[in-house]
Write a protein that binds this ligand. Structure first.
Ligand code: PMP
Length: 409
């Protein structure tokens, strides 16, 4: 009894429960492939060396206090963050038509972007629904909730092709073409979560052509810049190309993964407007919305990232640290592929393991096989067959490959 007048509360199950079961399991060779956070080769969280350096600088800076930040965030952070994702020579930045607001990491950027659209976007009537967003199927588990929270319903577009373990490109284009004009499409510009499957550059060209033709709005959720390929510019390619082509868009940015600042909640929302005048209006509305929800964003993480982005030496070191993470993940992909195809001769095609990119891999195994891995081998993963590559390391990858082999045979 809660002693309150509440309607029945539904039970929720989510990814954090998987971690709890993993922690409670005494089996020594247990593996956690559920969590979307980087681990080093010893399965430990990794504080980036550049973050340690920046922390030391901040701690010893007598000018650092604990006053409130401006409502829209630390200006040195938001402006550098915009350049990082849109490119330092971005025409939109030069023309002052980007409204950037500091948010509670990528989640907060998604929320603020969705909230802004729910208030101000002229949604088409779509099958009787007033406000609709098109989400990839599958997508990050939180997207639906974030949009539904602000009164935007969702429609799925097919993204994953189980036959090829790759992109359902034709189906994606079909949905873009048949959706009512001015629909809102959420796209992951790099390292799609959960599949690890991204469109090629040629496919992004086609996608953006249809977005333009249909006057659709691109809601770009970029949570893994740099983490995917190891190269910040390469991972921002689609975002910058969209700006160049004039696709109406916003972009959500997170520093959780690429700076290892998960718990510090550092992120930004950048809305690209057609003119400076429009951008100023957008910014003042974003400021009003943010004020009512968080008053002011948190300072510490934004200060760390602002230091790293604005100091050339720290920026270079950050790029090294990003490569360290990305390269370890890429090495694990190659090794898993090698073990399955060359050593164990596991039935099936496993090329998608090396073709996919970023934190996650959609293995293509079904829910029975996923459950068997957990129940028989103490390998914890979501039942959709998604594995976090960061949970694999040189010490546990053979154990994982052997057990994966067993459950699919
Ligand atoms: N978008 C996507 C696609 C993600 O995978 C994540 C992290 N799992 C986020 C947004 C938000 O993460 P955070 O709020 O920690 O930045």
């Amino acid at each position: 009894k809660l002693g309150m007048a509440l309607r029945p509360l539904p039970q929720i199950g989510h990814i954090f429960q998987l971690t709890a079961s993993y922690k409670a399991d005494p089996f020594p060779q247990k593996i956690n492939l559920g969590v979307g956070a980087y681990r080093d080769d010893d399965n430990k969280p990794w504080v980036l060396p550049v973050v340690k350096k920046a922390t030391n600088i901040l701690v010893n800076d007598p000018a650092v206090d604990h006053e409130y930040l401006p409502i829209t965030g630390l200006p040195q952070f938001t402006s550098a963050a915009a350049k990082l994702i849109l490119g330092k020579d971005s025409p939109a930045i030069a023309e002052e038509r980007v409204s950037s607001v500091q948010t509670i990491s990528g989640t907060g950027a998604n929320h603020l972007g969705a909230l802004f659209l729910s208030r101000f976007y002229a949604f088409p009537r779509d099958g009787g629904r007033e406000k609709t967003v098109y989400l990839s199927n599958p997508t990050w588990a939180n997207h639906r909730a974030i949009f539904n929270n602000v009164g935007i319903q969702h429609v799925d577009y097919q993204y994953w092709d189980p036959k090829t373990n790759g992109l359902a490109f034709k189906e994606l284009l079909d949905t873009l073409n048949t959706a009512p004009d001015r629909s809102v499409f959420l796209l992951h510009p790099c390292a799609h979560n959960p599949t690890g499957v991204d469109p090629t550059q040629a496919q992004w060209e086609q996608i953006s052509d249809v977005l333009l033709k249909k006057h659709h709005y691109a809601f770009l959720d970029c949570a893994y810049q740099g983490f995917a390929s190891g190269d910040l510019d390469k991972d921002a390619w689609a975002v910058r190309r969209f700006v160049e082509k004039g696709v109406p868009m916003l972009v959500c940015q997170s520093f959780a993964k690429n700076a290892g600042l998960y718990g510090e909640r550092v992120g930004a929302l950048h809305i690209v407007a057609p003119t400076k005048e429009a951008a100023d209006k957008v910014k003042s509305q974003l400021s009003i919305l943010s004020r009512s929800e968080i008053s002011n964003p948190p300072a510490h993480g934004a200060r760390l990232v602002a230091l790293i982005l604005n100091d050339p030496a720290l920026f270079e070191q950050w790029k090294d640290d990003i490569r360290t993470m990305a390269n370890r993940i890429i090495a694990m992909r190659k090794e898993l592929h090698r073990l399955l195809t060359e050593e164990l001769k596991t039935p099936g095609n496993w090329d998608h393991i090396v073709n996919q990119i970023g934190m996650f891999s959609f293995t293509g195994i079904n829910s029975e096989a996923s459950k068997a891995l957990t129940e028989q081998a103490h390998v914890y993963l979501t039942t959709n067959g998604r594995i976090s590559m960061a949970g694999l390391n040189t010490k546990n990858i053979r154990y994982f490959a052997e057990n994966l082999d067993k459950v699919v045979r």
